[in-house]
Write a protein that binds this ligand. Structure first.
Ligand SMILES: C[S@@+](CC[C@H](N)C(=O)[O-])C[C@H]1O[C@@H](n2cnc3c(N)ncnc32)[C@H](O)[C@@H]1O
Length: 194
């Protein structure tokens, strides 16, 4: 039976078709890996870092960092350590070329994050610009909540989780902030990867 992808944002992007069968580079095919080479604008990246109260003590993690447009900029402007995670090595090659000294890039599925960054890591700020199905994925929620409990902040861009109440919003740049005071919403779409 042919899969119905009509609600998948991959099809909104001109290069969406290229990912369809590419589960080697992109773990969930179109489900996750759209918007490759789509970068947050500079002003959005800076606003996200400010909303997350990034400073030089922060470990800034860009989950799905692409070519490092956000992580390299934030690392340079705020003097903090950054970790960029992406499943696409070709993009990470570009990211590393422009990386400031305290940047580290990991090629893996973003759900492998706990293997690389401890929940107890001090002053963690996550930046997340992913498609709605990834952002609203229960697996992402369940991975991030232990970090939030330990004091991490999560900033989402453009597409926001429907399972949490935001602590603060920046409507100019479509950003939301979540932290240890964040509570779950009663209802959410609870996407699952099968
Ligand atoms: C919209 S881009 C955002 C890039 C960067 N964060 C920015 O804002 O400029 C989303 C990125 O997430 C990556 N991605 C999507 N699903 C992923 C997964 N399961 N594991 C790792 N990276 C993933 C894609 O390869 C893509 O580079």
């Amino acid at each position: 039976m042919e899969e119905d992808n009509s609600a998948d944002e991959a099809y909104e992007f001109p290069f969406g078709d290229a990912f369809e069968e590419d589960t080697n580079t992109y773990p969930y095919g179109t489900f996750s890996a759209v918007a490759s080479h789509v970068c947050s604008p500079r002003l959005v990246a800076l606003a996200a870092a400010r909303l997350g109260q990034v400073d030089d003590q922060t470990l800034f993690v860009d989950l799905g960092c692409g070519i490092g447009a956000v992580s390299n900029l934030v690392g340079r402007e705020f003097g903090c350590r950054v970790v960029g995670v992406d499943c696409c090595e070709a993009q990470l090659v570009e990211a590393r070329l422009a990386a400031p000294p305290r940047a580290r890039y990991l090629c893996c599925d973003l759900f492998a994050l706990p293997e690389h960054v401890a929940v107890t890591e001090a002053d963690l700020v996550f930046y997340i610009y992913l498609i709605p199905k990834m952002v609203n994925h229960v697996k992402l929620r369940d991975m991030l909540e232990p970090y939030l409990t330990q004091g991490a902040r999560v900033v989402t861009s453009t597409y926001h989780p429907d399972y949490w109440h935001a602590k603060a919003t920046d409507d100019t740049f479509s950003l939301r902030l979540f932290d240890k005071t964040t509570k779950r919403r009663e209802t959410s779409s609870n996407f699952q990867i099968t």
